[in-house]
Design a protein around this ligand. Structure first.
Ligand code: SF4
Length: 307
């Protein structure tokens, strides 16, 4: 969704923050053998989705899932989120293939990607094999189509812009990198920092983490960036200082809000404290209790609130 030009603009802003507050060496993921990055035990590994994208302020979701073995119930927002992520992944992969195969104009690209629109239905039925009523399926498909068309127009415009700027000098490989610089669903081993062995980062480009979210911005989303940064640093020994969260709202059209984030010392510390608290809950099998209010769509509400 972001081209190289967009990324350059974002990075310019974030670099100022990094110069003012450089990352302490002790808070880099490659310092996984020492506190505070070292987890309280090496036997418990938690997924970022349950930890940092948490719905529960007391972390009871962690207790239910990893102490009592409760499965989260599938809710409409969860299905929508999963579907949107699948569309971005598949659209990016197909678009890159189309460019690498020789497409050099937006018009040609649009006519080629239209042949893949059946993917929208395939993704919904393949990845969400649950009983959805017809109304929900139709709503999801409409959202999917709106997003697919939005992505197509963005990529087509980026192809035309790149070829008009660089002419024949830019070959297909460079064109694909310019238009679609991200690797989607980047898999990383987070086990050294107390996270799952196969974490999936939505996308990674030029050492920047890209996350896609549906709905409103929340501080917890930034904690997920810190989690992924620590995991990548512990696994690949390369510094990850920046992340970009793209918030997607779909009605009759797509609205995008981009939140560039410096993965600061403070954010790293906040995430590490949260991770330690969650690991302690599992280690000591301690029920942290329920908060005064639970979010409407919490997937554990059927256990905690009987709803
Ligand atoms: S229902 Fe409430 S207490 Fe239970 S996991 Fe969800 S937010 Fe936490």
């Amino acid at each position: 969704m972001l081209t190289l030009t967009d990324l350059r603009e974002v990075l310019r802003e974030l670099r100022y923050l990094a110069q003012e507050d450089p990352i302490d060496e002790e808070l880099r993921g490659w310092n996984w053998g020492h506190r505070p990055v070292k987890p309280p035990t090496r036997y418990i590994k938690l997924p970022v989705s349950e930890l940092a994208n948490r719905c529960c302020s007391t972390l009871r979701n962690i207790y239910l899932r990893y102490v009592r073995g409760v499965e989260p119930r599938t809710t409409y927002p969860l299905i929508l989120g999963k579907y949107i992520h699948s569309i971005i992944r598949v659209h990016t992969t197909i678009s890159r293939r189309i460019v690498l195969e020789g497409t050099r104009t937006g018009t040609e690209y649009i006519s080629r990607i239209q042949q893949y629109e059946h993917t929208l239905y395939d993704l919904l039925t393949e990845e969400n094999n649950i009983d959805l009523d017809r109304e929900a399926v139709s709503k999801l498909l409409n959202h999917g189509k709106t997003l697919w068309n939005y992505l197509t127009i963005q990529v087509a415009a980026a192809i035309d812009k790149a070829t008009s700027q660089h002419g024949k000098i830019i070959d297909q490989d460079a064109l694909a990198t310019q238009v679609l610089p991200q690797v989607v669903e980047y898999v990383v081993d987070g086990s050294r920092v107390g996270l799952s062995r196969t974490l999936r980062v939505d996308a990674l480009t030029h050492n920047i983490i890209l996350e896609y979210k549906i709905g409103r911005p929340e501080q917890n989303h930034k904690l997920a960036l810190a989690a992924y940064a620590l995991a990548i640093e512990s696994s690949l020994e390369i510094p990850i200082d920046y992340g970009i969260i793209t918030y997607i709202t779909i009605n009759n059209h797509v609205r995008i809000t981009v939140e560039p984030t410096y993965i600061s010392n403070e954010l790293r510390r906040e995430f590490l404290e949260l991770r330690d608290e969650a690991i302690e809950i599992v280690l000591h099998q301690r029920d942290p209790g329920t908060p005064p209010n639970c979010p409407e769509h919490c997937p554990y509400k059927y256990i905690c609130r009987g709803e």
